[in-house]
Design a protein around this ligand. Structure first.
Ligand SMILES: *Cc1c(COP(=O)(O)O)cnc(C)c1O
Length: 342
């Protein structure tokens, strides 16, 4: 039997129905904006998150970096939460491509309006301090264990940023997981920020793709930067069809991923050597520590049965997704008991 793959929700493979939708997609040249399926996906995505327009891009990394390029000037400061993907996991792109520098605010990826106000110092007339121009909010927060920033907290933080003249971008790679956890439409989050990105290739099960959403003039600027980065795709309707299929059929299934993550987290909490914060398991990510064992050693010991990832310095991450079912989770729990139980 193959090991159960809980390394990431990016390991999901397109279903037969998704592949059929891809095969039947109407296509055109999207660099000329002539691919009807891409346009349909962009319209659909923008509406879902409460924004005016959208741009289909190859990855969540490109979506975040386009947001930085389209909102900032070189030498600007971008405020991010602790462990944010945009500055820790995108290869240094913010520094290289947009020439911005990042400053971390708050703790565990969350911050208060007061922390934003304190960090968003105004223009420095002497020119010493780089002007903070963008706040990036990651929701759900990956390194925070898939934790959700509730819409009301998000609104307060975005308001604090706006009153200080900052733009706000939400890295919503897993925004639909946040929306599912709160039982709210994604627009209840997306409407509070200037721009939003979300991934189709994670829990939604597409092979490729993310959407960057925001006002029309912002998307127009991002369109040009996408071309510069080599992200202009031609008959991309083949890929966009997968996105439309996922938005039509896969959103309700995120709830089951969350139940499975909770089941796994609670089983892990029973193991004497496992340290886990059950209160932070909101969605499909489970992060835990194993006493006296290095994360890489834990992952290696489990590898024949369950695949998980060393995450950060001393933790292990497991992620549930649509390619694992209840039975797989029960099998995974047996393996965790076997390897970590004694
Ligand atoms: C996965 C992820 C991204 C984008 O990742 P890609 O692999 O570039 O698609 C961005 N932000 C967060 C929080 C993520 O988890």
């Amino acid at each position: 039997m193959l090991p159960i793959d809980l390394r990431s929700d990016t390991v999901t493979r397109p279903s037969a129905a998704m592949r059929a939708a891809m095969a039947q997609a109407e296509v055109g040249d999207d660099v000329f904006r002539e691919d009807p399926t891409v346009r349909a996906l962009e319209e659909r995505g923008a509406a879902l998150v409460g924004q005016e327009a959208a741009l289909f891009v190859p990855s969540g990394t490109m979506a975040n970096q386009l947001a930085i390029l389209a909102w900032c000037n070189r030498g600007d400061e971008v405020l991010v939460g602790e462990g944010a993907h945009s500055y820790e996991s995108e290869g240094g792109a913010g520094a290289v491509l947009a020439g911005v520098q990042f400053r971390v605010v708050g703790r565990g990826g969350h911050f208060t309006p007061a922390e934003i106000e304190a960090a968003a110092r105004g223009e420095d007339p002497t020119g010493h301090a780089p002007p903070p121009t963008l706040l990036m909010i990651e929701n759900t927060h990956n390194r925070g264990g898939g934790k959700v920033m509730p819409a009301i907290a998000l609104a307060a933080v975005a308001e604090a940023a706006r009153t200080r003249g900052l733009r706000t971008h939400m890295d919503g790679a897993r925004l639909f997981n946040a929306a599912t956890f709160c039982d709210l439409p994604a627009a209840a989050f997306g409407q509070h920020v200037d721009s939003v990105s979300f991934c189709l290739s994670k829990g939604l099960g597409c092979p490729v793709g993310s959407l960057l959403c925001g006002p029309k003039d912002f998307i127009q600027r991002a369109f040009r930067f996408r071309k510069m980065l080599g992200g202009g795709m031609r008959q991309a309707g083949i890929l966009a069809a997968a996105g439309l299929h996922a938005l039509d059929h896969h959103l309700p299934d995120l709830r089951a991923d969350h139940h499975r993550a909770r089941r796994l987290a609670e089983a892990l909490a029973h193991l004497p050597d496992v340290e886990i914060d059950l209160a932070s398991v909101h969605t499909n990510i489970v992060i835990f520590k194993v006493r006296h064992r290095r994360p890489a050693a834990v992952c290696a010991a489990l590898a024949d049965w369950v695949r998980v990832l060393p995450f950060g310095g001393d933790t292990v991450r497991a992620v549930t997704h649509r390619d694992v079912d209840d039975e797989d989770i029960e099998r995974a729990i047996l393996a965790f008991n076997e390897v970590l139980g004694g």
